[in-house]
Design a protein around this ligand. Structure first.
Ligand code: NAD
Length: 463
C-alpha cells in the first residue's frame, strides 16, 4: 500500500527517536504531563473521526468505540497526567540500621526508546494505552498499528503528531516487510499485543538484542457455569460478552463448560436474550459489527462447518461479497476434540460443552493452555474458590464478563500462552521503566570500612 512507511525511512525514524531521548527532553515530569494531556485532547477532539474510522474497519457501533476505546484513553491519560509525579518518586528503602546512612532508594527511570505493536480488534485502546504508559515513563516511542484496521491506522498516523511531539512519538504504517525491518533495530522495550504465533516471532527478534518484552496475547477464555448460577442473568451477560465487537475480543467468552443439570435452561435463556438483543436479526442491526477481514470470515465459516455440535441459534452469515456479517451462533453438544475447541475462536461462535461436575470442568482447563481470563458463573462460594484455587489464568471475572478489564486500578495481562506482563495505568507505566537501586555513601563513614581493605587479617572475616 502506498501510504505505508517506506522501509528505507524506518532507520531514520529510529535514529531521530534515539537522538530525542538522548537530549533528555522526555524526562521532566512537567513535559510528560503536557504530552499526556495532549494525548487526552487528541482522543477527545477526534472522537467522532476515530469512531468513524473504526466503524469502517470493523463495523463497530459508535457506542462500543466510545465506551471501550475513546473514553478509557481520555480518562486514563488524564489520570496518568495526575499521577505521574507520584509514580516517578524514588522509593526509600529500609535497610539494616548500619546501612541506612548510605541513602538507599529505588529510582524509576525510563528504559529509553520503545516499540509498541498493536492489533486491529481494539485498535485505539491497544495502541494508545501502552503509549500513555511510555509517555508517563519518560520514553520515546514508535507505534506500529495493525494493517488489518487500515482506516484507524492511517488516521492515527496522520493526526497523532498534531498533538504529540513528533520528535518523541512516531507512528509507522505497514505489514510484515515493514515490521520485520522495525524488529531488526535495537529497542529498549517491545510491547506487543496480538496472537501467540506472531508473539513467537517478536520474542525471537527481541532475544537477538536481549530486549525486554511485554506480550499481551490471547487464547480460549472459558466460562464455567455451575448449577447454582442465576441462569437468566448469567445467560444475558455471557451472550453480551460474546456479541461485543462480534466476538473479536481477546477476553471474549470463548466456550462454555456448563453443568449438566442447567445446560438446557442456560441455552434456552441465551436464545431468549438473543431475540431481545436483535429482534430483527443481528445482520440487520446497527448494534452489531462485522468480521474484520476475508481471512477471518473464511476461517470462522470453516470452523463452524466442521463442528459436530448442533447449532441452536444463529449460524448464518452475509452472502453479499465484502459485507462479512456473521451471526452470533450458539452451538450445543460440543465434545472435546471438536473444531470449535481447537484454536481461539475470536469471533461470534459460542460452543457449549456439558460437564458432569465442577471437578470435570477444572480438569478440562488444566489439560490446556492457560487462558487470559476465566469466567465463573455461580452463587456457590465454595465452587468459586475451588475453581480459582485449582486453575491458572491471567484474570478471573465472576458472574459477569469484562468487569476485570474495565477497572483503572486492576492489572491486566496473561500467563503462559496468554502472555506475560501487565497493563493499565500504573502497570502500563511499569513496563517502560526500570528500577534503579541507588546508594550514596557518605565519605564520613570511611572509618567503619577499615576492615574491608587488604591486607586482610583473620579478624576481618571471622564472625
Ligand atoms: P494483527 O494481525 O493485527 O497482528 C498484531 C500486530 O502484529 C500487527 O501490528 C501486525 O502488523 C503485527 N504482525 C503481523 N504479522 C507479523 C509478523 N509476521 N511479524 C511481525 N509482526 C507481525 O492482530 P492479531 O494477532 O490477529 O490479533 C488478535 C490476537 O490478539 C488474538 O489472539 C487476541 O486474543 C490477541 N489480543 C490480545 C489482547 C491482550 O490485551 N492480551 C488484546 C487484543 C488482542
Amino acid at each position: 500500500m502506498s501510504d505505508y512507511t517506506p522501509i528505507s525511512e524506518i532507520p531514520n525514524i529510529y535514529d531521530g527517536l534515539r537522538q530525542t531521548f538522548r537530549t533528555g527532553i522526555t524526562k521532566p515530569v512537567a513535559w510528560r504531563r503536557r504530552q499526556l494531556l495532549q494525548l487526552a485532547r487528541f482522543a477527545k477532539e477526534n472522537a467522532d473521526a476515530l469512531a468513524e474510522a473504526i466503524r469502517l474497519d470493523l463495523g463497530k457501533p459508535k457506542q462500543e468505540v466510545i465506551m471501550a476505546e475513546v473514553h478509557p484513553v481520555i480518562e486514563r491519560s488524564l489520570i496518568a497526567a495526575e499521577k505521574v509525579e507520584e509514580w516517578v518518586k524514588p522509593e526509600p528503602v529500609t535497610t539494616q540500621a548500619w546501612q541506612q546512612g548510605w541513602n538507599p532508594r529505588i529510582e524509576k527511570h525510563p528504559k529509553g526508546v520503545v516499540l509498541i505493536i498493536a492489533p486491529w480488534n481494539y485498535p485505539m485502546i491497544l495502541s494508545l494505552q501502552p503509549l500513555y504508559g511510555a509517555i508517563a515513563a519518560g520514553c520515546c516511542a514508535l507505534i506500529k498499528p495493525s494493517e488489518i484496521s487500515p482506516h484507524y491506522s492511517a488516521y492515527l498516523a496522520q493526526n497523532l503528531n498534531k498533538y504529540l511531539d513528533p520528535n518523541a512519538y512516531r507512528v509507522a504504517l505497514g505489514g510484515v516487510p515493514e515490521i520485520t525491518r522495525i524488529l531488526e533495530l535495537k529497542w529498549d522495550h517491545i510491547f506487543y499485543t496480538g496472537n501467540g504465533k506472531v508473539g513467537r516471532i517478536i520474542s525471537a527478534a527481541a532475544a537477538k538484542h536481549l530486549t525486554p518484552l511485554t506480550l499481551e496475547l490471547g487464547g480460549k477464555s472459558p466460562v464455567i457455569v455451575d448449577s447454582s448460577a442465576d441462569i437468566s442473568i448469567s445467560a444475558k451477560r455471557i451472550l453480551w460478552g460474546k456479541i461485543n465487537n462480534a466476538g473479536q475480543i481477546c477476553v471474549a467468552p470463548d466456550f462454555i463448560l456448563a453443568e449438566r443439570s442447567i445446560v438446557d435452561a442456560l441455552v434456552e435463556s441465551m436464545k431468549a436474550h438473543y431475540k431481545s438483543f436483535y429482534p430483527e436479526g443481528p445482520l440487520k442491526s446497527d448494534s452489531y459489527g462485522f468480521i474484520v477481514s476475508e481471512y477471518h470470515f473464511e476461517r470462522l465459516k470453516g470452523v463452524l462447518k466442521r463442528t459436530k455440535g448442533k447449532i441452536v441459534a444463529g449460524g448464518k452469515w452475509d452472502e453479499e461479497p465484502g459485507k462479512r456479517g456473521f451471526e452470533p451462533t450458539i452451538v450445543v453438544d460440543v465434545k472435546p476434540g471438536d473444531s470449535l475447541l481447537e484454536e481461539e475462536l475470536f469471533g461470534p461462535i459460542l460452543p457449549v460443552v456439558t460437564v458432569d461436575s465442577i471437578d470435570d470442568a477444572i480438569a478440562y482447563l488444566n489439560d490446556r493452555d492457560h487462558p487470559l481470563t476465566l469466567y465463573i458463573f455461580s452463587s456457590d462460594e465454595n465452587n468459586k474458590k475451588k475453581i480459582i484455587d485449582n486453575t491458572t489464568s491471567g484474570g478471573v471475572s465472576i458472574n459477569d464478563t469484562f468487569m476485570q478489564v474495565s477497572m483503572n486500578e486492576m492489572p491486566f495481562g496473561g500467563v503462559g500462552e496468554s502472555g506475560h506482563g501487565r497493563q493499565v495505568l500504573r502497570y502500563s507505566f511499569d513496563n517502560f521503566t526500570y528500577e534503579r537501586g541507588v546508594t550514596d555513601t557518605p565519605y564520613g563513614d570511611e572509618p567503619a570500612f577499615a576492615a574491608r581493605y587488604p591486607p586482610y587479617t583473620k579478624e576481618s572475616y571471622e564472625f
